[in-house]
Design a binder for this molecule. Structure first.
Ligand code: G3H
Ligand code: 13P
Ligand code: NA
Ligand code: ZN
Length: 328
């Protein structure tokens, strides 16, 4: 059944677990997410970005999630809008039936340039007023996501974004977080703690202490009733990178956030863990391998089915590692 983010994360906080939030763009992805959740009995957060909306179209995307709710009535599902660029975008998602929206006011409406604190408070409060009136939850973001290693915001192709961010911008300030939550009344807050979006997070194998755990602790102490959200939480599985490379792909050497680091975050108030890249890598690897190994096949169901299985394995592993398995 459809639940709000607040409902699910209150339960997660009470029982000390985290919930992966997987991005969805097509039927195969939602099948991976739901089949895995069904097998391990986990609640689910599915999130759709603006990119997903323009890829699938709003009605198809909405009905994909409604289909999941219909087929798995016993599983609590949050239908979340990822990275809303403006109150208008969030309003459209609320009208579509989403039970949770993210207003990302850490960036201007272009979603590239860092905004001012005042702008962020203003747009986020407006969304909270709209959303709470109809029982929808709101996630805000404070601080700019970026790798502490490189100072780069992270880009899909590894080319680097708008230039280097300062150490200050890369870590959310606990006092400002307290003020932000007091002013906006968000249910969940995405914090900058050293992660970045995409596959190119770290150029060397992580040796622990990748995340600013001390900072997470300080923020959690200041705002214990606000659920913390970690974006850019893909682990960039090396086995899938190897398979992609073996079957003609070229992603290059790169590393993500180790699952153990995320588990450490969950001990200190992280409740929603955003993952997109890991599913992209697993799907790409599975399809490359399936096509290479079955050169005569031209039934897309064959390689798409292999991709569902690959995605499902990742989802299952994350439900289990974050402790949401068995909590549906
Ligand atoms: O935060 C970004 C997510 O990975 C979604 O990516 O905007 O390409 O759908 P997208
Ligand atoms: P990854 O790119 O690490 O999967 O992060 C996804 C994300 O934060 C979506 O909002
Ligand atoms: Na989000
Ligand atoms: Zn994100």
């Amino acid at each position: 059944s459809l639940v709000s983010l607040r409902q699910l994360l209150d339960h997660a906080a009470e029982h000390g677990y985290g919930v992966p939030a997987f991005n969805v763009n097509n039927m195969e992805q939602i099948q991976s997410i739901m089949q895995a959740a069904h097998e391990v009995d986990s609640p689910v957060i599915v999130q759709a970005s603006a990119g997903a909306r323009s890829y699938a179209g709003e009605p198809f995307l909405r009905h994909l999630i409604l289909a999941a709710i219909e087929q798995y009535p016993h599983i609590p599902i949050v239908m979340h809008q990822d990275h809303g660029a403006s109150p208008a975008v969030c309003q459209r998602s609320i009208r579509s039936g989403f039970s949770s929206v993210m207003m990302d006011g850490s960036l201007k409406e272009d979603m590239k340039t860092p905004s001012t604190y005042e702008y962020n408070v203003d747009v986020t409060s407006r969304v909270v007023d709209m959303a709470h009136a109809v029982g929808v939850s709101v996630e805000g973001e404070l601080g700019c996501l970026g790798s502490l290693e490189s100072g780069m915001a992270g880009e899909e192709d590894g080319s680097g974004a708008e230039g280097k961010l300062s150490h200050d911008q890369l870590l959310t300030d606990p006092e400002q977080a307290a003020d932000f939550v007091k002013k906006t009344k968000v249910d969940a807050l995405a914090i900058a703690i050293g992660t970045s979006h995409g596959a190119y997070k770290f150029s060397r194998p992580p040796t622990g202490d990748i995340l600013a755990i001390e900072r997470i602790k300080e923020i959690h102490k200041r705002i214990p009733d606000t659920h913390l959200v970690m974006h850019g939480s893909s682990s960039v599985p090396q086995d899938w990178l190897k398979i992609i490379h073996e079957f003609g792909g070229d992603i290059g050497e790169t590393y993500g956030v180790p699952v153990e680091e995320i588990q450490e975050g969950i001990k200190h108030g992280v409740r929603k863990v955003n993952i997109d890249t890991d599913l992209r890598l697993a799907i790409t690897g599975a399809i490359r391998r399936s096509l290479a190994k079955n050169p005569k096949n031209f039934d897309p169901r064959k390689f798409l089915k292999d991709s569902v299985q690959a995605g499902k394995d990742i989802c299952k592993a994350r439900y289990e590692a974050f402790g949401s398995a068995g909590k549906a």
